[in-house]
Design a protein around this ligand. Structure first.
Ligand code: ARG
Ligand code: ZN
Length: 518
């Protein structure tokens, strides 16, 4: 079920378009009544760049060539044109002694245009015979593009199955910000996280957050190790000194949110409200994480009250010992931590299940829609649990002098380059944007916006102009200047007092850009 292509491109460079909330909302994928296994999986992207001259004649007798990317401003070659993956079935084996990963990926795909050739994203690895609908296909490699030419042209709308056998040493992917992701070897296995571009480091993917799909991941590891994936554990079988863990996520999932983290883990299962939990902890992190993980059910309940029903059917956490990674990730249904998290970090990653995993950006420059929301969620948790109020936190941060360039820049709605995706300002100034909105339109309107944003876009993809439009609609205020100042204008917003002592006036000023109205 493809969704409409984005209006983002028109808005990204033109703040004026944002100001009037030019974007029409995109409907969230409704549950598919015909499929008891979960909601329908939607989404693929319109190709922007032609791969070759053939691509410009999609109606031609030989069919078109799918574009090598979907034109994300930060990762133009990530994702691919002409395909909409419905389901991934990965059957893998990993040997931590050699870091060798081998297996077979089976992808069920719908052609969104006639295709003489299409791409998947995959780095490294040696490939066996690639088939399309059971017939051997030819393929070539070009960087992370795996170009597949089926024997016969695929017609628009056709569903087809691609099988890719592959093997090799799984290597981490280095990000533009120099952090590592993908399949990261640890002392006892591998820590697997993929934001923004780690997935092609371990399986062939249509690596765009716009193409969500269901996943089955079976991982065979030496006996004594556990492989932890997204969703529900379908089976765990032992044979020949090895154990196979099969995981199924039947809710739509973006490729960057997949995991199959491997190691020696202490596993605890239980329930958070009605939701089954699976928590895997590296023994070295058990003592430090126990008091935090105990709060997981309470945190899930808190977020459900605040934002709406939890979007998936299982919840949990993976706490590994992978200090080289240096961050945690909101891997779907089971956030992955490179070490024992603190309360705020656990709450942050859980809140991403609503904002990030269920409601997902369409283009990477809109990352504040994830990180600003998760950071603000930390603030409201503290506020409601005897800590600092979000208003106090805002006021403290608003007192940061304008000369502190790294705090205020880049503006969260326009991080400028991929290396800035996870800049501090995306988190802190992104969260300040939400708190300023809250103070400007009042709690009632603000929480309506947050809940509707989630309810209306669950399992789908979003852009900042859509959020602005919703906030304006709910509050009945023109918020153009407000969001322009908070999200798109470099430096400390001019209406904030530039004085470390002026906490109170900064708070007042936070409601600037039209005056406070409730
Ligand atoms: N989304 C993660 C978080 O919750 C951060 C991921 C950072 N990834 C990276 N490659 N630097 O904060
Ligand atoms: Zn985050």
């Amino acid at each position: 079920m493809p969704i409409r292509s984005s209006v983002y491109a028109a808005c990204a460079v033109v703040v004026a378009a944002l100001v009037v909330g030019a974007a029409a909302p995109v409907a969230a994928a409704p549950p598919d009544p015909a499929d008891p296994g979960g909601p329908a999986v939607s989404g693929t992207a319109a190709p922007v760049a032609a791969a070759s001259p053939e691509a410009s004649r999609p109606g031609g007798p030989s069919g078109a060539v799918g574009a090598p990317g979907v034109g994300d401003p930060f990762f133009p070659l990530a994702g691919n044109g002409g395909i909409d993956v419905q389901d991934y079935n990965l059957k893998l084996a990993y040997d931590p002694a050699t870091d060798r990963l081998e297996g077979t990926a089976t992808l069920r795909i719908v052609a969104t245009q006639d295709l003489r050739r299409f791409d998947l994203d995959l780095r490294e690895f040696t490939l066996g015979t690639v088939t399309v609908d059971g017939v051997a296909a030819t393929f070539t490699r070009d960087g992370q593009e795996l170009q597949i030419t089926p024997r016969r042209t695929l017609r628009k709308g056709a569903s087809f199955t691609v099988v890719v056998p592959y093997s090799g040493v799984a290597k981490p992917v280095t990000d533009p910000d120099d952090s590592i992701e993908g399949f990261v070897p640890t002392g006892d296995g591998a820590f697997v996280v993929n934001e923004p571009q780690g997935s092609p480091g371990w399986y062939p993917a249509n690596d765009t957050p716009r193409d969500k799909a269901t996943y089955t991941i079976a991982m065979t590891v030496p006996a004594g190790l556990t492989a932890v994936g997204n969703g529900a554990l379908v089976s765990q079988t032992a044979a020949g000194g090895r154990t196979t863990f099969t995981w199924r996520e039947r809710f739509p999932m973006a490729p960057y949110l997949t995991t199959i983290t491997i190691g020696k883990f202490v596993v605890t299962t239980g329930r958070a409200g009605g939701i089954p939990t699976y928590v895997a902890v590296d023994p070295s992190q058990a003592a430090a994480s126990a008091p935090v993980l105990r709060k997981l059910p309470e945190m899930v309940a808190f977020l459900q009250d605040l934002y709406g029903p939890y979007p998936f059917e299982t919840v949990g956490a993976i706490v590994d010992d992978a200090p080289d990674v240096g961050y945690a990730l909101e891997t779907q249904t089971k956030p992955a931590f490179d070490r024992a998290p603190d309360d705020a970090t656990l709450l942050h990653e859980l809140s991403h299940q609503w904002y990030g995993d269920a409601v997902t950006l369409r283009q990477w420059p809109d990352i504040w829609l994830h990180e600003g929301f998760a950071t603000w969620s930390e603030w409201i948790w503290a506020e409601r649990h005897g800590g600092q109020t979000a208003a106090q936190r805002f006021a403290d941060l608003a007192a940061t002098p304008a000369s502190d360039d790294d705090f205020w820049n880049p503006p969260p709605g326009d991080p400028g380059e991929a290396a800035n995706l996870f800049a501090g300002s995306v988190y802190d100034r992104g969260a300040m944007t939400l708190q300023a909105l809250r103070e400007k339109i009042g709690d009632r309107a603000f929480f309506t916006v947050m809940r509707r944003w989630y309810a209306e876009h669950k399992y789908g993809n979003v852009s900042t102009p859509e959020f602005v439009a919703l906030a304006q609609q709910v509050s009945r205020q023109d918020l153009g200047a407000f969001f322009k100042a908070w999200l798109y204008t470099p430096g400390k917003p001019a209406f904030l007092a530039d004085d470390g002592a002026a906490v109170a006036s900064a708070r007042l000023a936070a409601s600037e850009g039209g005056g406070r109205r409730r």
